[in-house]
Write a protein that binds this ligand. Sequence first.
Ligand SMILES: [Cu+2]
Length: 108
Amino acid sequence: MFKLFIQLTFSIVLAVFCTDLFAKDIVVEIYKKKFIPATITVAPGDKVIWKNIEKRQYHNVWFKQFYQEEPDYLFPGDSYEQEFNDVGEFPYECGPHPKMTGVVIVKK
Ligand SMILES: [Cu+2]
């Protein structure tokens, strides 16, 4: 019983460690009213960071399937991050500029 406990604990620690080890940060730049790149493919556990590198234009990153209300604006120099743990396709857009769209594809 004790041995099983040790094995289980070890497996969990290993799993958490490995997830951390392989989880990546992926940067999407927001520039000239575009998400660059607009389509990204990530693995579960990865974190996506959107950075507004415009000179003066604000934007936001709005996942309508997650949030009913429009999120806060990202002013130049601001960033927004979101971790993705579920497999799927997650489209988003910019609230002030609905033609600015992107999609995060999460697959194993
Ligand atoms: Cu925008």
